[in-house]
Write a protein that binds this ligand. Structure first.
Ligand SMILES: *[C@@H]1O[C@H](CO)[C@@H](O)[C@H](O)[C@H]1NC(C)=O
Ligand SMILES: *[C@@H]1O[C@H](CO)[C@@H](O)[C@H](O)[C@H]1NC(C)=O
Ligand SMILES: *[C@@H]1O[C@H](CO)[C@@H](O)[C@H](O)[C@H]1NC(C)=O
Ligand SMILES: *[C@@H]1O[C@H](CO)[C@@H](O)[C@H](O)[C@H]1NC(C)=O
Ligand SMILES: *[C@@H]1O[C@H](CO)[C@@H](O)[C@H](O)[C@H]1NC(C)=O
Ligand SMILES: *[C@@H]1O[C@H](CO)[C@@H](O)[C@H](O)[C@H]1NC(C)=O
Ligand SMILES: *[C@@H]1O[C@H](CO)[C@@H](O)[C@H](O)[C@H]1NC(C)=O
Ligand SMILES: *[C@@H]1O[C@H](CO)[C@@H](O)[C@H](O)[C@H]1NC(C)=O
Length: 406
């Protein structure tokens, strides 16, 4: 985009805000084609006659009324994430079926992303009696299709036939010693678990953990490996019960540590409403845990509860999470899955798409899709965003942390 086009967008944006008192700096910022610069100074004061108040967290912040999908730039540093020519394109879709919810794992050797359908939520078609499904998308096919057009593509995904020991996959990471590492919420009286799955046929699986000293977990949600180790950290909220596919919770909503070499499991953090996504910095010193407290399943939405990413220090001796502090509160929906890039920026799936904060917790940009996208994963082709009934690829220049465990 030329400077004058960017200026024109800014002029339109300014006209939409009824009362602008701040001086706009960086008015010549050149953003990727189709992206919108949202200088926060333009929105600090909107005046009493403003008619677009967002009194529901589920309503997105799109004052320029730009047609999604598009990129919102809240800080010039977001251009280091996007590069100058980033696009967001739909790579596969299946309206009416939430086939692309969470648990994305990129396996570089196969150039493929594995992911799960929505478990227990809208358009997932599963519950107490039915399992969710895990599928794979071939990024080589995505790249070839995208290269042949400037528009969207619709790549056929492949659904995996997994053993019955894998029930309600909700989170994942990897490759873990070459395999997919999934965490499952369980279903009915079938226990939540951590399970290794072969990413190639016959997709055989080995369960690594399915209880805490004889007590079932509530509904395990997400998992990451502490970089440089093979120690697993995972969250256990009560969404299985809140979404009607698990019995009443019998443990607090907390974060656990599991050492597969000794079998020891212990709690490293608590005092959450609904602990959800988890991520680490590459140096293994800092942890992030998202709390989707605002989203209560059958209890509904409670906007006074967290939609918050908490940050912790990891005690070098015990690996307990210490020095809890707020990292960021999301203005839209709740931060769900969470990933980091190599620059230390933090990405989380929120109510209107993927939000990105820098390492200090400043919102620098959004990949704006206008409805919930719970998770995303970096691939060789860019950032793959799961959007329930569709998947998008943002061909940005930022690269994800290496999540592989040898
Ligand atoms: C924007 O560009 C114009 C023309 O190149 C220049 O006169 C103006 O000073 C620039 N404004 C800012 C804020 O950089
Ligand atoms: C708000 O609207 C009222 C009624 O139209 C008008 O009198 C007032 O000047 C407006 N206030 C501002 C700040 O524009
Ligand atoms: C929410 O905001 C809309 C307009 O932005 C307004 O019409 C509506 O009355 C508001 N509702 C509440 C409960 O404040
Ligand atoms: C965004 O989604 C809302 C429903 O949540 C819809 O009313 C609105 O039209 C959508 N906006 C755009 C620009 O597509
Ligand atoms: C992905 O597609 C390419 C091109 O069709 C093919 O060569 C490759 O085997 C596929 N990979 C997987 C994992 O299916
Ligand atoms: C469970 O699966 C059966 C058979 O596929 C289907 O008829 C039923 O609607 C499903 N239940 C739910 C809750 O989606
Ligand atoms: C899958 O089966 C192969 C062959 O028996 C075995 O070597 C491998 O460990 C299994 N993988 C998993 C994840 O269970
Ligand atoms: C929302 O959560 C707050 C804090 O837990 C609680 O006091 C309040 O009763 C809840 N509101 C509703 C409507 O459930």
């Amino acid at each position: 985009m030329t400077a004058s086009t960017a200026g024109a967008i800014l002029t339109v944006t300014l006209a939409l805000v009824s009362c602008v008192k701040a001086t706009v700096s960086n008015s010549n910022l050149t953003v990727p084609p189709g992206a919108v610069y949202m200088n926060p100074l333009m929105y600090n004061v909107v005046g009493a006659n403003y008619t677009e108040w967002r009194n529901l967290s589920t309503v997105g912040f799109n004052p320029t009324n730009t047609a999604p999908p598009f990129i919102q730039v809240f800080d010039p540093s977001f251009l280091d994430v996007t590069g100058s020519s980033a696009t967001i394109r739909k790579i596969t879709s299946n309206p009416g079926f939430a086939f692309a919810h969470e648990a994305p794992i990129y396996i570089p050797d196969l150039n493929a992303v594995f992911f799960s359908s929505n478990d227990g939520g809208a358009l997932g078609y599963n519950g107490w009696y039915n399992n969710s499904v895990v599928s794979m998308i071939n990024m080589t096919e995505v790249d070839m299709a995208l290269a042949s057009t400037t528009g969207d593509v619709n790549i056929q995904i492949q659904t995996l036939n997994l053993p019955d020991t894998v029930q309600m996959v909700n989170g994942g990471t990897g490759p873990y010693k070459g395999d997919l590492l999934f965490i499952t919420s369980g279903r009915a009286l079938l226990p939540p678990s951590i399970v290794r799955v072969n990413p190639s046929p016959p997709y055989n699986a080995t369960v690594l953990l399915d209880n805490f000293l004889g007590r079932q977990f509530n509904s395990l949600n997400d998992i990451k490996i502490l970089p440089g180790t093979d120690i697993m950290f995972f969250t256990d909220p009560t969404y299985g019960w809140l979404n009607g596919f698990r019995p009443e919770p019998m443990l607090p909503s907390q974060v656990y540590r599991f050492d597969p070499s000794t079998g020891q499991v212990r709690v490293v953090a608590d005092q959450f409403v609904h602990p959800n996504g988890i991520a680490f910095t590459q140096d293994g010193k800092t942890a992030f845990v998202t709390d989707t407290g605002i989203s209560g399943g059958f209890l509904g939405t409670n906007q006074t509860l967290p939609a918050t990413i908490y940050q912790f220090d990891i005690d070098p001796q015990t690996q307990t999470f210490t020095n809890r502090r707020v990292f960021a509160y999301s203005d839209s929906g709740a931060p769900d899955g969470i990933q980091l890039d190599t620059m230390g920026n933090v990405y989380s799936g929120c109510g209107e798409g993927t939000h990105v904060w820098n390492a200090e917790g400043t919102l620098i940009g959004k990949f704006y899709l206008n409805s919930t996208s719970a998770e995303m994963i970096f691939t060789k082709s860019g950032l793959v965003i799961l959007h329930e009934e569709a998947m998008y690829l943002a061909n940005i220049q930022a690269q994800g942390l290496n999540l592989a465990t040898l």
